[in-house]
Design a protein. Structure first.
Length: 187
């Protein structure tokens, strides 16, 4: 019993010492940094058809088997779409958007997706930086807005919004070219 009490006492001492010497906080004062506003303009090329699609269906509901839509309700798509300076398929690539989107509307006339995507830039002033979008996207509307919820690199702690306009949409195969005008507030 004495041996057990000695072990318990030693264990308590060890546990008490760790927080006393640990540095889980900083005494340094927080200096607020000045926020910046950045406006971006680019085109996302979302291709579901052909030999080299940039978005592929990775999961779907078996309840929508008869649905002939390229994006039936409940379908999940993995995305690696190029971001280009223009709507032309051969315009310069400035980055890519990677993530997932879920077809979330049963009524195809009000086609809506839930999207989580990271928009990363691979050239120019913002090379190595990205911002994240997690939002509802009512695709059937001509103009729409999604929320920017974070960022990294030069877009650290970003918030803001992206206005999206469909430049091209093929309802048969799901291919789309989307114009993005993004407003970011970041440090």
């Amino acid at each position: 019993m004495a041996r057990m009490a000695g072990f318990a006492y030693a264990l308590i001492i060890c546990i008490a010492i760790v927080p006393a010497y640990g540095e889980y906080y900083s005494e340094r004062r927080h200096v607020p940094r000045r926020e910046k506003v950045t406006h971006l303009h680019f085109f996302l090329h979302d291709i579901l058809s052909g030999k080299n699609p940039t978005a592929v269906k990775v999961a779907g509901s078996n309840r929508t088997e008869g649905d002939k839509s390229p994006t039936p309700f409940g379908s999940v798509f993995a995305v690696d779409d190029p971001l280009r300076v223009g709507p032309e398929p051969d315009s310069k690539i400035v980055g890519n958007a990677q993530g997932l989107y879920l077809s979330s509307s049963q009524d195809y006339s009000k086609f809506t997706i839930m999207m989580y995507m990271d928009f990363a830039f691979t050239t120019g002033k913002f090379n190595g930086s990205s911002f994240g979008v997690f939002s509802r996207n009512p695709v059937s509307e001509a103009h729409r807005e999604v929320a920017v919820v974070g960022g990294r690199g030069k877009f650290r702690m970003a918030r803001g919004f992206a206005e999206i306009k469909s430049s091209y949409f093929n309802a048969t195969n799901g291919d789309a070219i989307l114009e993005y005008k993004v407003t970011l507030i970041h440090y």
